[in-house]
Design a protein around this ligand. Structure first.
Ligand code: 5GP
Ligand code: MN
Ligand code: MN
Length: 320
């Protein structure tokens, strides 16, 4: 589809009286925070709006206190005919899962995203690869639209910003200015961060123990630099939430000897969702795109099929 600028996106939103906002599967706080912020802004303007993601069925525990949860709609109830479908934080149409079929029932489709690998699958595409989070694109959109960012919207946007900046480990100076502005609405940034990123059930500890015990370091795998990887088997994680599994990569990637880190998360028989991270020298978005996924230069992902040995071999093949 065609690119759209901020005024163009506002015009599309203003013209719609029924809107569906779609988040990516296995939602994180950037897709859900952005989706709920947009949903709340539309609801306040009298728009009939639904916010949805294809899987899992319920909002993950760590995101249940995000404002706007009442807008979240089960897949089977998501309207088929609307004026506008907006996807937030989705680099490819595949990230919509089974909800991708809702694009066909919309007059226009607006893609709002920050992934460098975005395939521009909307009729109108608002993509800012400089933005640390889709929540940052939403902040710009709200400014253009004249939407006042109150504490509820700020809570949703801060959730996306703190998550996608790795708790402000990376990002432009501007991301700190946006954080300041959001915090000035009175939200409790420390509590939001703790709930999203620093809260795990006790069962997380034995899961980590089992997963990390089998982590493997391959020195020199990536142009003379190291690759570290680990597998999260369903037997290790079946009783845990997605937050617990998603946290593993943030531990594995701290390995000093490795430039690239990978976590293979078993989701079905010989089926894995894979998280990739790099430090500074390797573009893992390119590697993930080669394997059918996508992402950012230093954080990317894809779905792999095969035995543990074969999925590692395939990854090493694209990293060479
Ligand atoms: P994570 O490891 O946190 O799941 O994903 C890291 C980054 O890669 C995120 O920006 C995410 O959007 C992207 N990503 C993860 N899995 C996939 C995938 O299967 N397809 C695409 N296109 N992007 C992915
Ligand atoms: Mn995301
Ligand atoms: Mn994001």
């Amino acid at each position: 589809g065609a690119p759209v600028d901020l005024p163009g996106a506002v015009a599309l939103l203003d013209a719609a009286s029924t809107v569906t906002v779609l988040c990516h599967v296995q939602p994180d706080a950037d897709t859900l925070g952005s989706g709920l912020a947009l949903g709340l802004a539309l609801e306040r303007r009298g728009v009939a709006v639904q916010v949805a993601f294809a899987a899992p069925a319920a909002v993950p525990e760590s995101m249940r206190s995000l404002p706007g949860g009442h807008l979240v709609t089960p897949v089977e109830s998501v309207r088929r005919e609307v004026d506008l479908v907006v996807s937030v934080d989705c680099g490819t149409v595949g990230r919509l899962g089974t909800l991708r079929d809702r694009l066909a029932g919309a007059t226009r489709t607006l893609v709002i995203d920050h992934h460098v690998s975005n395939t521009r699958f909307g009729t109108d595409n608002l993509i800012d690869p400089e933005a640390e989070a889709t929540a940052v694109v939403l902040t710009d959109l709200f400014d253009e639209w004249g939407v006042a960012v109150d504490a509820d919207l700020a809570h949703c946007l801060y959730a996306g910003l703190v998550t996608d900046t790795g708790s402000f480990r990376w990002g432009r100076p501007a991301s700190h200015r946006i954080a300041e502005r959001l915090l000035a609405t009175g939200i409790d940034g420390a509590a939001i961060t703790r709930e999203l990123l620093d809260t795990h059930p006790f069962g997380w500890l034995p899961m980590l123990s089992s997963v990390l015990a089998s982590a493997t370091l391959v020195p020199d795998a990536v142009h003379g630099r190291g690759l570290v990887y680990a597998f999260v088997r369903r037997a290790d994680s079946a009783h845990l939430g997605s937050e617990e599994v998603e946290s593993v990569i943030d531990i594995v990637r701290t390995t000093a000897e490795a430039e690239v880190a990978a976590v293979f998360k078993e989701v079905g028989h010989e089926t894995w969702t894979v998280s990739l991270r790099s430090k500074t020298a390797v573009d893992v978005a390119a590697a993930a795109t080669d394997l059918g996924g996508g992402g950012h230069a230093f954080a990317a992902g894809y779905t792999a099929h095969g035995t543990p040995d074969s999925v590692v071999a395939a990854l090493r093949g694209v990293l060479e």
